[in-house]
Design a protein around this ligand. Structure first.
Ligand SMILES: [Zn+2]
Length: 445
């Protein structure tokens, strides 16, 4: 056992140096606090390292170990992911244990794209390389490109160049100049690595969150509609008013971003020109915000001016997209006018429908922010495409019905193709919920 502890000197979850317990199911070594979480929350068999172990137990443990399991379960940890070394809070420890062992969110393939092209060896295509005409030239090997730039014959810095490693994008020559025409003292490997890192960061989803949060600001408690978009965090008095922010925090101005304990809750402390505390009773909601904020800060730091502006749907700015929030209603899937039968009176009216991953809402008018009503979509929601033929002229009326245990929703489209599209979208939404239920996943950035 002594030898085993020497081989596993730090706790598998928090890197604490005092090993107290052994997880006998996974074969990993833990500190006292993490042992308790594994025992109580994960319901794993934990034994003290002081115990007497059988020979076969020792042999099992020596085949497992912390490195082995972390290599697999922590494969896709992000630089901005919370870690227990810096955030020694019971709530974060429990969140981490669930995320790591039950949902295994760090074991999955992340958003990273695999880039296999060697920038130094392959060929480049040029676009818009002459002032007069636009056409694609090439492919050229890199030394030829360098010559073209040096001679300023027909490759200009504001032209575009494409290489398989750039993905689908044509890159501005200026932006990739150091790659296509490196300085003599830079080795190809250094260049390649730097560029790959940059491409890698560019393949992450850029954070954009919208939702209500409780905030402590200037010693008062306020509830604000918070939007993370591009390079800033904006605070609004309500989600009905998202044009002029009351307060804007530039991510570049943030000097400290950390999790702290506030009363009994975990909260995010943001030090910019002022100090803000963002908190919620839901730990997973706060961690989702924390990851969005810290990834935003990290990516801006690494990408500099290449951190892009996001194209967002302005009509969605008042809708919560924080997946762990009580207010989350799902992302927009489909929208359009449909005729709908009233619930009280059996007359039909034209309504604007928005189908989201978890709900369908309807509005009196297209651009309304306040909905008339909604129906929750669940895995047992039923789609019935049976048409109700108008008895007077026996023409199809493009009717369909959505129902759950509480309510039937009768709708009429304008045409067969419109009806088919709605039915397809509703069916996809229901299947998506079924998939999520079996996957039992939690979400974070
Ligand atoms: Zn630990």
């Amino acid at each position: 056992m002594e030898q085993l502890i020497k081989n596993n000197p730090n706790c598998a979850d928090c890197e604490d140096t005092e090993i107290c317990g052994v997880n006998m199911q996974l074969g990993i070594f833990l500190c006292e606090k993490c042992s308790l979480v594994h025992q109580k929350l994960l319901k794993m068999l934990i034994r003290s390292v002081q115990d007497i172990f059988q020979e076969e137990e020792i042999s099992f443990l020596s085949q497992k170990g912390n490195n082995k399991i972390n290599l697999n379960l922590m494969k896709n940890i992000m630089p901005w992911t919370v870690n227990l070394k810096q955030n020694d809070f019971p709530q974060v420890r429990e969140w981490m244990a669930e995320a790591k062992y039950i949902h295994q969110i760090f074991a999955r393939e992340a958003f990273r794209q695999q880039i296999v092209h060697d920038l130094t060896k392959s060929w480049y295509y040029l676009d818009e390389v002459t002032r007069e005409i636009t056409r694609i030239r090439g492919p050229y090997p890199r030394h030829a490109i360098k010559k073209l730039i040096d001679e300023e014959k027909f490759l200009f810095k504001d032209g575009f160049v494409w290489h398989p490693a750039f993905g689908i994008k044509w890159m501005l020559v200026e932006k990739v100049l150091e790659i296509i025409s490196p300085k003599p003292n830079m080795s190809d490997q250094v260049l390649q690595d730097a560029f790959m890192r940059k491409l890698n960061w560019q393949s992450y989803p850029y954070p954009h969150l919208r939702g209500y949060l409780d905030i402590i600001w200037k010693n008062t408690q306020v509830r604000k509609w918070v939007v993370i978009l591009d390079r800033q965090v904006s605070l609004f008095s309500s989600n009905m008013q998202t044009s002029n922010a009351e307060i804007s925090i530039k991510i570049e101005d943030v000097t400290d971003l950390s999790l702290v304990q506030f009363e009994t809750k975990i909260s995010i402390r943001i030090d910019a020109n002022e100090t803000f505390l963002f908190y919620s009773v839901k730990v997973d909601e706060i961690i989702e915000w924390y990851h969005a904020l810290s990834s935003c800060r990290y990516l801006i730091h690494n990408l500099g001016n290449d951190y892009p502006s996001l194209e967002v749907d302005n009509t969605e700015l008042h809708i919560c997209n924080v997946k762990n929030s009580e207010d989350y209603v799902g992302d927009k899937i489909h929208e359009g006018f449909l005729k709908k039968q009233g619930l009280k009176y059996k007359t039909s009216r034209n309504r604007w429908f928005i189908l989201r991953t978890d709900y369908v809402f309807w509005y009196a008018n297209k651009n309304d922010k306040n909905y008339k009503n909604f129906l929750k979509i669940t895995s047992s929601t039923n789609v019935d495409d049976k048409d109700l033929i108008d008895p007077k002229d026996s023409k199809p009326s493009f009717h369909f019905k959505i129902s759950n245990s509480k309510r039937n929703l009768h709708m009429w489209a304008e045409s067969q193709s419109e009806k088919d599209l709605w039915i397809e979208k509703f069916t996809n939404a229901i299947n998506g919920i079924k998939e999520r239920e079996t996957e039992n996943t939690i979400y974070t950035w």
